[in-house]
Design a protein around this ligand. Sequence first.
Ligand SMILES: Nc1ncnc2c1ncn2[C@@H]1O[C@H](COP(=O)(O)OP(=O)(O)OP(=O)(O)O)[C@@H](O)[C@H]1O
Length: 218
Amino acid sequence: MMHILEADGILLDFGAKRILSNIYIKCETNTITGILGRNGQGKSCLLNIIYGNLKPLSKSVRIDKITLNSAFRNNEQLTFLPQFNFIPANLTLDRVFNDFLIDFYSFVDVFSEFKNLRKSTFGHLSGGQRRLVEVFVILKAKSQFSILDEPFSHLTPIQIEKIMELIQYEKSNKGFIITDHLYQNVLDISDAIYLLNNSRTMLINELDDLERFGYVRL
Ligand SMILES: Nc1ncnc2c1ncn2[C@@H]1O[C@H](COP(=O)(O)OP(=O)(O)OP(=O)(O)O)[C@@H](O)[C@H]1O
């Protein structure tokens, strides 16, 4: 079934500083929507607002035209990979995968280095291992949409390649909104790109636009 997530009408200030004002983002089932922007432009704030973790002055976030109420949000509609670790340190990987209704061995099939770690607690993993588990469970989560804030950070180049493949495969089941500083990877897998610049989003039609708005030097 096809779904559409849209966000607009967002107004976010920190003190006298306007962070977000003229925003429109759309993501549909079977698509990857990429968000790019220089440091501090508000990408993480925007993703946190869409998920409901950050309360702006105003916002409208809708799935299939129905306003998403953060208080009643459920994991079947939307899941979120934040920038920082969110899985409690005392949970075993077995428990984490069970909670997300994901087969641990589907993970080991791709990342065999985890085959003996099923009973390990999340807190005992290295920083890179923790990130990989979190990225995997969110991208595989059975939700209509998944938001991924910097899914490639702390991963090795081979892991990044595998995660990119998995995201592209999983988009047959859901829609993704993704941002990362590895912009080439975001460009490679995205079906639509928005640039966040001076508190507004711009739909990017050609790569030259990214240069014109000072995001890359091509
Ligand atoms: N709680 C806060 N209080 C005050 N200012 C904040 C707060 N959170 C974020 N900011 C500011 O809002 C702006 C946007 O931050 P945000 O983290 O969303 O940017 P970003 O585009 O994700 O940056 P980066 O690419 O560096 O991760 C920054 O200038 C940041 O300093």
